[in-house]
Write a protein that binds this ligand. Sequence first.
Ligand code: ADP
Ligand code: ZN
Length: 717
Amino acid sequence: MSLTKEQALKQYFGYDSFRPQQAEIIDTVLSGEDCLVLMPTGGGKSICYQIPALLCDGLTIVISPLIALMKDQVEALRSNGVSAAYLNSSLSGSEQDSVLWQAKLGELKLLYIAPERLFSGNTFEALREWNVKLFAIDESHCISSWGHDFRPEYRQLTVLKQRFPDVPVVALTATADRVTRRDILKQIGSEKAKTFVSSFDRPNLSLTVLPGRKRLQQIQAFLLKHPNQPGIIYCLSRKATETVAAGLQNAGFKAECYHAGLTGDQRSRVQEQFLRDDIQIIVATIAFGMGIDKSNVRWVIHYNLPSNVESFYQEIGRAGRDGAPAETVLFYSYQDIITRQDMILNSGQSEDQKELMQAKLNRMKQYAEADICRRRILLSYFNESILEDCGNCDVCRNPRTRFDGTTIAQKALSAIARTKESIAMGMLIDIMRGSRNRNVLHHGYDKLPTFGVGHDLRGEEWAEYLGQLLNLGVMDIAYDEGHVFKLNPLSWQVLKGEHKPELVKFIPLAERKAKEEELVPKEKPKQEIIKDALFERLRLLRKQMADALAVPPYVIFSDATLSEMAQKKPISEAQMKAVAGVGAEKYRRYGDVFIKEIVNFAKEHTKPGTRVVKGMTYLHTLELYKDGYTLDDMAQQRGLSASTIAAHLIKLREEGHGVKLRDMIPDRVYLSIMDGVRAINYQPGDPVTPLFEYLEERYDYAQIRLAIAIWQEEGEG
Ligand code: ADP
Ligand code: ZN
């Protein structure tokens, strides 16, 4: 019964190797030391206490504030063959009693419990009788008032170490900041605990910033390219969530909004439907996402600019927790900055606070306006650096070109000077583009020498360049005077030609898309299409089973696992178990059903005599075999040679498909070939031709191959 941690990983979770640091953390916990684990969302924290729980003989108590998640977490463990339970107020009295008994009788490996429940009644006293071997404190930043989500109930956990000095504690969190980190250790009474800090990079998340124009239209285009993929759209206001959700519903998408103005019931219903893949899209204010653990969120879109990088990173982090590719999109225009700045100005905070908020907003702006790899900027915020540009952000996919922007800047600056520094962005662009609208004519701006000097650039190009010039400090903007432009000393240097600002070439959206698509082959190879269609079939199967079992689909298999299945098309137990995420128990529960679906799919997509993807061709032979065809009939039916069919059968037999090779050739033929084997002292693996010749070509290669396979299998000489 003593498994290694690697064996446990494979058997219970279906994975071949640990992610960085998981193995060291597990070893530390197993050696009885306390530790603090910092990993980003989706990094793989759970395994760090679940495997120690499986490897030691006793109970692991998992303390978590997220009651809504416990049921799914426990269900996921059970479907991996781990005996686990949870205790919270959602259970009836008798259900709770039953769990308490299971704990007492030593029938559980893991027990999930919220701190308020742990310290209610006499549960905490009962722990002594439960053979507790490990405490795992999830979301452990909740214990610190420095963290962003302090929960007073968590403070009670300070007694754990006092009462159970010999039971190791592993505290886990996705919040990295140093002060919180130190405070967590102090609160749990383990200041010397080993701390593991993982990289916060999430390479499977692609990063894209799109110009904030016609946002809803762009979202619809995005959704058409991502059919059925669950995702979240974050908006700044309730109003916006409602408008966007309604717009998407009208366009035929399954979208719902989620914000603090809904009743608790409404909110939990929407959340539940999203978890179960019944709603594809959630349009939410930031209130959404704290308590959800849905691993197959495939994209996150920010309809508006977030106020800081931490929030942004946390929100995009909800995509792709299963490790499969996921996309993130931020819409951005200069207007977003103005809105945010007004919010700070009117926030009623102290000047110091406002300054801090402004500094944080600036970091966010740097990300949005980046002309170097966006991941570099994001990670620099967490004091991390990467060796190479990521290749998975829009800047990497579309490197920027720079040019001397002096002329453009001079045109804009002289228009600002001639209008006495009294105009904002919209009017400035109108003047330069030579629009004769009422406002322009009313002020007589059409008489200015600068009127129309910028007609060679489109409005959106001007907006982009003016934004860049502002960032370069070439002019200022007066937030308290209706956002009009003001000249500064640098403006005058540019006007006199003493300073040459460098601009980044604007790429119109349409071109940008076309360019990105060039990187993807125009027509997908045939195999890809089959793969997508098969993925879709497996996804539907997963959904049906999930509904029948009343669990979220990702509890059955993650998207990453399904996608690997669709790619590798496993049709035997060994092949199925080689797919990451298919452990022994998952195979026992779902293996057959998914193999059947793959086989059915293959049959439907194979025409007689056509060559199909490798693996599928075996399946086709298997089907014919099961239907009772002879070797020759199979060969004829499939338009292949008998020896190819023989090779298929041998391979199918090896993979455990229960093919009886002995039935495929008459006994007489087998025995006579065996005589030949003995006569020339043929050894397994030798070329077959000498045997063929010795037997005077009476038997064909197919028969000889089969006979040898039977001989080897039966292990006779
Ligand atoms: P966190 O709690 O840190 O947000 P989880 O523990 O939920 O992350 O893990 C996120 C996903 O990564 C899960 O689907 C989990 O099964 C998967 N995962 C964890 N460790 C591994 C591993 N060693 N190999 C492959 N997948 C893993
Ligand atoms: Zn990049």
